[in-house]
Design a protein around this ligand. Sequence first.
Ligand code: IPE
Ligand code: IPE
Ligand code: MG
Length: 248
Amino acid sequence: MPVPDTLDQLFIPRHVAIIMDGNGRWAKRQHKPRLYGHKVGVDSVQEIVECATEWGIEVLTLYAFSTENWKRPADEVGGLMGLLKNYLQKELSRMVKNDIRLTCIGDIENLPTDVLEVLRNTMQETRDNRKLTLNLALSYGGRAELIRAVKNIINKVDSGRLQIDEIDERLIDSQLYTAGLPDPDLLIRTGGEARLSNFLLWQASYAEIYFTDIMWPEFRQAAFTRAIIEYQGRERRFGKTSAQIKSG
Ligand code: IPE
Ligand code: IPE
Ligand code: MG
């Protein structure tokens, strides 16, 4: 999947984050169980990961399971965990071949032990890969992430390893699950809802946000290209005026 002609190769976003939403509604429309939507959603993941790798995106963060998703019926949670485990097992050789590093963000200790084991193994086997960082948000919640960071920081202050005056944006960045990753440039949500659902609350402060009605199982190369075209047409001002941006 070479970079489509319609994309400007010089302005490929470094970090794309995606809220993969709409699997259940997509399945329901075709009178299929929700899990079928999640299964076809895995095919979308494969295709989008391939695009990201070949188009030169450095980091692709996929919101796969939120802290709130634990409240879903047990059979759906179990089905999602099974799909995750299968995906990781099936994709390891391709990740190694295509130079993809797998990382994750979230409270992964809550995952079932068999899934956690496969996850840790995949991260270990791909840790030196450099082309794409495929970052899975698993049992992830932005608020839980911030609570964890606040606790870590207070511990450091309490034990004298950190002065209050040293607390700045960089210090907070370093205490988040995403430490070491650039902030997302483009945040996509599929499935027609226009909300963040507790995703990357700190990191997305200047992300360009793109909402689409396309359901995740149908979000493939053409739709991903359209999202990046829209991103490339936006002016990122970061608080400045348009004239300031244009004069460099
Ligand atoms: C996204 O699709 C997948 C997860 C949240 C795990 P949904 O399962 O939320 O699908 P809808 O929103 O019910 O259609
Ligand atoms: C967000 O989707 C979480 C993931 C995509 C993993 P949800 O479907 O859980 O979000 P809400 O409940 O509609 O806000
Ligand atoms: Mg949903």
